[in-house]
Write a protein that binds this ligand. Structure first.
Ligand code: ADP
Length: 193
């Protein structure tokens, strides 16, 4: 049987720490789905579409990694895609308590599903999406923390926010979401024909 896992998270934005974990996960699972949680309660910096595009480009080199989005319970999504495991990262003791609670709750909800924890390279153990957002918003360098593409996207986001405020950023994001949807439609039409 193929070992399939999901790697759920917010990825707002995806960082080198996420990528490190994806690479490790891709070595022990036959198939790994990076699953972006669509959470209407959170006000993210990047839209789900933007995060999806960044992750797709970051993971393009891995044959057994794909990117998807989901909402609702992680265990329900895992069952739907027939995964046997949930991959999560532990950076420091501070992650442990929350991750343990979540893993035990998920086990209660779905006993057959295992949570697998992996540790990133030590150099990424202090790295979080929140810190990256804060450093970028204050104009600090994030080059070593996220892939080049994400550095670029963060710069664009900050430029738009500085010039036009949040409304401008949302307008730009809506246009890029429309473009992405149109591209996906064209691709699926091409596949069908
Ligand atoms: P969430 O909101 O679900 O915590 P995140 O995108 O912040 O979403 O994190 C998704 C998963 O990736 C979590 O298990 C988190 O511990 C892990 N993670 C985040 N940053 C790192 C990192 N630098 N190294 C290893 N794992 C990480």
């Amino acid at each position: 049987m193929k070992r399939k896992a999901i790697y759920p998270g917010s990825f707002d934005p995806p960082t080198n720490g996420h990528l490190d974990l994806i690479e490790r996960g891709s070595k022990i699972f036959d198939e790994l789905i990076v699953a972006i949680l669509r959470n209407p309660e959170k006000d993210p910096l990047f839209s789900v579409n933007e995060r999806r595009q960044m992750l797709e480009s970051m993971t393009g080199g891995f044959d057994n990694v794909s990117v998807d989005t989901f909402h609702g319970l992680t265990v329900d999504y895992a069952l739907r895609v027939e995964a046997q495991a949930i991959l999560r990262g532990i950076r420091a003791i501070s992650d442990y308590e929350y991750e343990l609670q979540m893993a035990l709750m998920n086990r209660k909800l779905q006993p057959g599903l295992e949570t697998v924890f992996m540790m990133p390279a030590a150099k990424y153990s202090y790295l979080s999406s929140r810190l990256v957002r804060e450093v970028a918003q204050l104009g600090g360098p994030v080059d070593c923390l996220v892939p080049d593409l994400v550095v670029q996207k963060l710069r664009e986001k900050m430029d738009v926010a500085n010039k036009f405020g949040a409304a401008g950023a949302h307008e730009l994001e809506a246009r890029s979401a429309d473009r992405a949807a149109a591209e996906r439609k064209t691709k699926s039409r091409k596949r069908k024909s």
